[in-house]
Design a protein. Structure first.
Length: 170
């Protein structure tokens, strides 16, 4: 009979020692895990043979090494998972930043276009705004840049236009 539980092996060994023989006619010392000689278990003193003790120590050492290897493997897997998650988050942040910057650029371009359109509807001399369907009778604009417009009805229009024409580079 082979005992797979160390506790049961100890009990069977102690019973065999008390009765003077092996319990159930089995060699009880043949347990998978035999504890060192002299250890008390459930009130019985356990004695193991020398070669069984050595085998038990080697088995315990192998179990410790295997346990440490499993722990290291779990730690490595957890580290890899953390790195993967961090890389995914960084990629998401980068994509969001790029999207935000492209959105900001688009908004700035739209605002600049709107400002140009508004400038085309505003007299640069008197700052009077021309409505959507309105036309000025004497509207004049710069020949080079065509963004400087004057309404022609105000007193400053001709002076402003001539001053602009002197400085305008197109």
């Amino acid at each position: 009979m082979r005992v797979h539980n160390a506790s049961m092996a100890l009990i069977h060994t102690a019973l065999a020692q008390e009765t003077g023989g092996a319990a159930d006619g089995a060699n009880v010392v043949e347990a998978d895990l035999v504890v060192e000689s002299g250890v008390l278990h459930h009130g019985f003193e356990v004695q193991a043979a020398g070669h069984h003790k050595r085998a038990a120590e080697e088995a315990l050492e192998a179990q410790k090494v295997a346990k440490l290897a499993r722990i290291d493997a779990k730690k490595q897997a957890a580290d890899e998972q953390r790195q993967k998650v961090a890389a995914e988050r960084a990629a998401k942040r980068k994509a969001a930043a790029e999207k935000a910057s492209s959105t900001a650029k688009a908004k700035a371009a739209a605002k600049a276009a709107k400002d140009v359109e508004k400038a085309k509807k505003t007299c640069q001399a008197c700052k009077k705004v021309r409505r959507a369907n309105q036309t000025w009778k004497e509207e004049t604009e710069c020949e080079l840049c065509s963004s400087f417009i004057v309404c022609g009805t105000c007193d400053q229009a001709k002076v402003s236009l001539s001053r602009h024409n002197q400085r305008c580079t197109g």
